[in-house]
Write a protein that binds this ligand. Structure first.
Ligand code: KIV
Ligand code: ZN
Length: 516
């Protein structure tokens, strides 16, 4: 079995998903979980892009113990210098410089000749190598580049010190056979290729990102890049949990293994889904809610007779526990609760823990069986709440709804500058009435793009979890809220999105003030 390295870019390419805006604390939480998952490299961000990104990359670099921390940089000296400042405290620092190599990118975007692209790449790789032990160079839009040109530039950047060569399918255009052949060509036509690791990086525009990544591995790539839950720019990146499980399940066919601890997949997927507000679709491979359920009678009968008749992945393999495991109840104490929090691997301050315990106790008054998923949902809510200073707070609300009258909402809101505002409006439905009223009390220009409501586990008393995507002053943000009541969950999700927008802008304003 040869080892395939897993390069996670959830915090860089994944964060480029519309509406996703993680703060430093959330990024650190995800990075710690990725380390537990066993990825080899974490792309923590793009330090030169903002002070916030710089601080988050630095915090991750200073914290992680065993995982290589890599950061993105353009092929310019100042980006490389800033990346070094952010990463110099890392146990295993690495840099990722990129430049486009396709004719369309070189001519229209870069306005550089192929020779200039070679010169810039070589010079910047050499410069980066003076600081970093590991230098990854990416040929952006490699899958639409000329292969002979790729072979030429790759040979020269390896001579200049690149230790990892990444060939991205930036626009998700390639097919498994074509992408595999490109790797084979590079392996066979670059004389010094054995001095570098070959890496693949696929986008999912045609739904082939995972298949393309596996094809690259079959043809010489020994590093796979991707994100958890496949989040990312446009249709997203290759889903790393799918790559890792595919290689494991088909180890009869593929002589490769990864260092991924498959049992940590569910927890990692949940954390990323909750903190990014990017809900995982029910039929998503490996980790979707329906991935292990069997609807048809023939399938159910087969599974009962022998589980492997229709089930190739077991829920336990990827860390999915029995949905309704009762773990703590009405009489559970603070100590048991704290132990559970530790089991989730989350770091909570004393105040956050106290708040979580209070909410848990409140939930046990209304819900007979409190499951792991419920507790996790509460903890995530606390995490997101306590990261929001100067926020809108929902003081109280009432919604009048009946089939015979017009839905009406009355809302009392506390603004970030501590004013109490009250309003009432009608709508075509109760959620619309509620949202219209909240909207009327806020200064921001708001436009709801998407709204989803899910239950956490089963049962009539299940927690409701609402996700919204909206434009706040023209900027897309995601929000999430949970509660036993669907309207309260919806209201919290709405406020959460606006608060995330405000928090992000406060950080940007602070940066601008410091820069002036
Ligand atoms: O998709 C892409 O080309 C990228 C590069 C920055 C590597 O994300
Ligand atoms: Zn990408």
């Amino acid at each position: 079995m040869s080892k395939i390295k897993i390069f996670d870019t959830t915090l860089r390419d994944g964060e480029q998903s519309p509406g996703v805006n993680l703060n430093q604390q959330e990024k650190l939480e995800i990075a710690n979980q990725l380390e537990r998952l066993g990825v080899d490299r974490i792309e923590a961000g793009f330090p030169a892009s903002s002070n916030g990104d710089f601080a988050a990359v630095k915090a991750i670099a200073d914290t992680l113990q065993s995982t290589s921390v890599i950061a993105l940089a353009r092929t310019v000296k100042s980006d490389i210098d800033i990346a070094w400042e952010a990463l110099k405290g890392a146990k295993k620092p690495a840099i990722h410089v990129f430049l486009a190599t396709s004719p369309i990118h070189m001519e229209y975007k870069l306005k550089k000749t192929p020779e200039e692209v070679i010169r810039t790449s070589v010079d910047m790789v050499r410069y980066a190598k003076e600081k970093f032990p590991e230098v990854q160079w990416s040929a952006e839009d490699a899958s639409r580049s000329d292969w002979n040109f790729l072979a030429k530039i790759i040979e020269q950047v390896i001579d200049a010190g690149a230790t990892i060569i990444n060939l991205p399918d930036t626009v998700g255009y390639t097919t498994p056979q074509e992408y595999g052949n490109m790797f084979k060509f590079i392996k066979e036509n670059v004389p010094n290729i054995d001095k570098a690791i070959l890496s693949c990086h696929c986008h999912d525009d045609l739904g082939m990102a995972v298949a393309n990544s596996i094809a690259a591995v079959e043809n010489g790539a020994t590093q796979v890049e991707g994100t958890i839950n496949g989040i990312g720019e446009r249709a997203g990146n290759a889903a790393l949990e799918e790559v890792a499980v595919a290689l494991k399940i088909r180890s009869d066919f593929y002589p490769y293994e990864t260092g991924i601890n498959l049992k940590e997949i569910k927890r990692t997927s949940d954390l990323v889904a909750k903190l990014t507000g990017m809900h995982v679709q029910a039929n998503k491979a490996v980790i979707g809610r329906n991935a292990f359920s069997h609807e048809s009678g023939i399938h159910q009968d087969g599974v009962l007779k022998h589980v492997e008749t229709y089930e190739i992945i077991t829920p336990e393999m990827v860390g999915v526990k029995e949905a309704n495991t009762l773990f703590l109840g009405k009489h559970s104490g603070r100590h048991a609760f704290k132990e559970k929090v530790n089991e989730f691997g989350l770091e909570l301050t004393e105040d956050e823990l106290q708040e979580a315990f209070t909410r848990f106790k409140k939930l046990t008054d209304h819900k007979k069986e409190v499951t792991d998923d419920d507790i996790y949902t509460i903890l995530m809510e606390i995490k997101t709440d306590s990261n929001q200073i100067a926020k809108y707070v929902l003081d109280s609300f009432q919604v009048y709804y009946g089939t015979a009258n017009t839905p009406t909402a009355v809302v009392r809101l506390i603004t970030p500058d501590d004013k109490k505002l009250e309003g009432a409006l009608t709508g075509n439905g109760s959620v619309e009435a509620l949202y219209k009223t909240i909207d009327s009390l806020m200064e921001e220009e708001l436009d709801l793009i998407d709204y989803q409501l899910n239950s956490v586990g089963g049962g009539k008393d299940a927690l409701a979890e609402a996700y919204v995507q909206m434009k706040v002053n023209g900027e897309v943000v995601n929000g999430r809220g949970s509660h036993q009541d669907v309207l309260a969950a919806s209201a919290h999700a709405f406020l959460n999105a606006v608060n995330r927008y405000k928090l992000h802008h406060r950080a940007v304003e602070k940066e601008e003030t410091v820069a002036q």
